[in-house]
Design a protein around this ligand. Sequence first.
Ligand code: B12
Length: 233
Amino acid sequence: MSDEEDIILADLPDDELVQQMFDDLYDGLKEEIEEAVHILLGRDWEPYRILTEALVGGMTIVGHDFRDGILFVPEVLLAANAMKGGMFILKPLLAETGAPQVGKMVIGTVKGDIHDIGKNLVGMMMEGAGFEVIDLGINNAVEAYLEAIENEKPDILGMSALLTTTMPYMKVVIDTMVEKGIRDDYTILVGGAPLNEEFGKAIGADAYCRDAAVAVETAKTFMARKHNQQAAH
Ligand code: B12
C-alpha cells in the first residue's frame, strides 16, 4: 500500500487538508476531492471559500505546470474532472445563499474553444448572486449566441475564451450584434485568462472581468445602472 492510501482525509487539520486537495486535484482524484469538499463543509467552511481557496487554488498549480510542460492534456483533463466533481457539490449551496433574481445572463465559451471551468465558475457565482443563468456550453458560433439572446432576452451576455487564437472571435460576435442594431440592448461581459481590460475595450465589450467575483460585482453594477436609467425614463 502506498503512502497516499494511508492518508485519512478527515483526520487532517484544515491547512493540511487543503494541501492534500491541491495534490489530489493535481493527480485528478475526483472521489478524494469530493470527500474533502464534504469534510470542509462539515467544518463550516463557506462554499465560496472552499471554491476559491481549495479548488481554484489547486487548479492554479495545475495551470502553471501545464504551461511549463510538466503536465499534459490527459492529466489536465483528469484534474478538470476532479475540480468539476467538487464544483458540482458546491453549486446548489452557492445558489442557496443568493438573493432573489436580480437579472438574467446568457453565457458561453466561444467557437473553437472547449475550456469551460472558468465559465462554469462564473455561472455558478452569478446564480449564487441571484441571477438566472443560461449556459450555452462550449464552442459557440455567433449564431448560437444570437439565437440564445433572441429567445432568452437576457440583461447580460457573457463570453469566455481561454486561447489567444479564440479570443478574437468575441469581436466577431459583438460586430455582428452591432450590424444587427442590437448591441446596445445587452451588457456584454468578457473573460478568460489571456484577456485583459484593453482587449475588452478594443472589441467593444462593456467590461472585462478578471475572475468570477469581479464578474458578479460588475454585473450588479450594470444592473443597478439599468434600473436607474429605466426609473429616469
Ligand atoms: C484546464 C485546461 C485545459 C483543459 C480544459 C478542460 C475544461 N473542461 O475546461 C483541456 C485539457 C481540455 C485543455 C485543452 C487545451 N488547452 Co488548456 N488549459 C487549461 C488550464 C490549465 C486551466 C484553465 C482553467 O480551467 N483555469 C481555472 C479557471 C477557474 O480560470 P479561468 O478559466 O481563467 O476563468 C476565470 C477568469 O478567467 C474569469 N472568466 C473566465 N471566463 C469568463 C467569462 C466571463 C463572461 C467572465 C465575466 C469572466 C470569465 O472568471 C473565471 C473564474 O474566476 C489553462 C492554464 C491557465 N493558466 O489558464 C490552460 C490553457 C488555457 N490551455 C492552453 C492550451 C494551449 C490548450 C490546448 C490548445 C492544448 C493542446 N495542445 O491541445 C487545448 C485547446 C483545446 C480547445 N480547442 O479549446 C493554453 C493557452 C495558451 C494561449 N495563449 O492560447 C493555456 C494558457 C496553458 C498554457 N499556458 O499553455 N486545457
